[in-house]
Design a protein around this ligand. Structure first.
Ligand code: TLP
Length: 359
């Protein structure tokens, strides 16, 4: 059986892969569940394991229904397609994943236009959103949807204060607008705040969360919401070519991820904080470790003549993998396939690359 190799027992030639929490390999329990999964044709609604996963996700989020989708990107796109019509705008944060990493699918496929605003730490408030809502007028593209991202990927896994979310949703609903959550890492937000995901997401009209990020499943994300919303999203999924057949082999791993992985996310957060504290000591790195509250560490490289890409390439030669974001920023993401020893190695390789701890 192939399983993830714990970094603590690995030789230093084994890569420490901090590029993303998407790189995890299925746990032995997931692989067992996949091998033993009962399956059927999910386009007929007859895959018992997919049905169990959907029922369980709906139960955990205290919603009427849920839908298993191949990716988080498809889940977000389905929400936009379901709530908004072509020619409408979607209000979202400037560095949100739907704007930066989803191939402009909201425009190319759903016919919508992003209406973005930059927010400190990526955290929108009603005060930043309200001026973007279009008044009635035949020449305006009407506002079709508001989208929030929690945790916020490009803002280093920042977490929305629940009161801010509640106010946005409450005011949006009063204004007759829907709010969708890109909750790819909402379980990380839950752990950071010590709150349940149902409580954190109760005001949203729809929620997408990923099984294949920190929760560690090999494939898949979930949309949750009302029965009516999910029925429409299911039709949209088929239209996008996302109707799956014996998907129970994937859903089985998703069920294990959903039940088991939230309990261990706190370790990823501890490792991320430890990583941030170590990196912050290195000259040429600008980073405030107090801002690292989940599993994403983003920092600036301010080393003479060195770009983020060059630093990442050099680290890769030393078997530490991470991602450059633009010219100066680097992202490292912790997950269950990297333990504390792996994090220590990442810090020491970076220190030796950039020249020892700050004096
Ligand atoms: N994020 C990936 C990359 O696409 C950047 C990563 O490595 O972090 N919402 C958020 C907040 C995400 O971070 C991601 C993936 C998605 C949506 C899309 O999920 P997938 O990759 O399943 O389409």
């Amino acid at each position: 059986m192939i399983s993830a190799m714990p970094a603590s027992t690995s030789p230093s030639s084994f890569p420490i892969d901090l590029r993303s929490d998407t790189v995890t390999r299925p746990t032995p329990a997931m692989r067992r569940a996949m091998a033993e999964a009962e399956v059927g044709d999910d386009v007929y609604g007859e895959d018992p394991t997919v049905n169990r996963l959907q029922a369980r996700a709906a139960e955990i989020f205290e919603r009427e229904a849920a839908l298993f989708v191949p990716s988080g990107s498809m889940g977000n796109l389905l929400a936009i397609k379901t709530w908004a019509r072509p020619g409408m705008e979607v209000i979202c944060e400037q560095r949100s994943h739907i704007v930066n990493y989803e191939l402009a699918s909201m425009s190319a496929v759903a016919g919508c236009m992003p209406c973005t605003v930059a927010a400190a730490d990526g955290i929108l408030t009603w005060a930043t959103i309200e001026p973007l809502i279009r008044p009635k007028g035949y020449y305006y593209a009407p506002t079709g949807l508001i989208e929030l991202e929690n945790t916020h990927n490009l803002h280093g896994g920042a977490v929305y204060p629940p009161a801010v979310v509640d106010e946005i949703c409450d005011r949006a609903h009063t204004a007759g607008l829907r709010v969708h959550l890109d909750g790819a890492r909402i379980f990380n937000a839950g752990v950071a705040l010590g709150r349940g995901v149902a409580e954190l997401t109760r005001m949203f009209d729809s929620v997408m969360f990923c099984l294949s990020k920190g929760l560690g499943a090999p494939v898949g994300s979930m949309l949750v919401g009302s029965r009516d919303f999910i029925d429409q999203a299911r039709v949209g999924r088929k239209m996008l070519g996302g109707g799956m057949r014996q998907a129970g082999v994937l859903a089985a791993a998703g069920l294990v991820a959903l039940e088991e992985s939230p309990k261990t996310l706190h370790r990823d957060h501890e490792n991320a904080r430890f990583l941030a504290e170590g990196l912050a000591q290195i000259p040429g790195i600008v980073l405030d470790p107090r801002k690292v509250v989940t599993n994403i560490v983003i920092f600036e490289i301010r080393a003479e003549g060195r770009t983020a890409q060059e630093v990442c390439a050099e680290l890769a030669r030393r078997n530490v993998l991470c991602g450059a974001m633009g010219k100066q920023q680097v992202r490292m993401v912790t997950h269950y396939d990297v333990d504390c020893a792996g994090v220590e190695r990442a810090i020491s390789e970076m220190a030796s690359l950039l020249g020892g701890p700050k004096s």
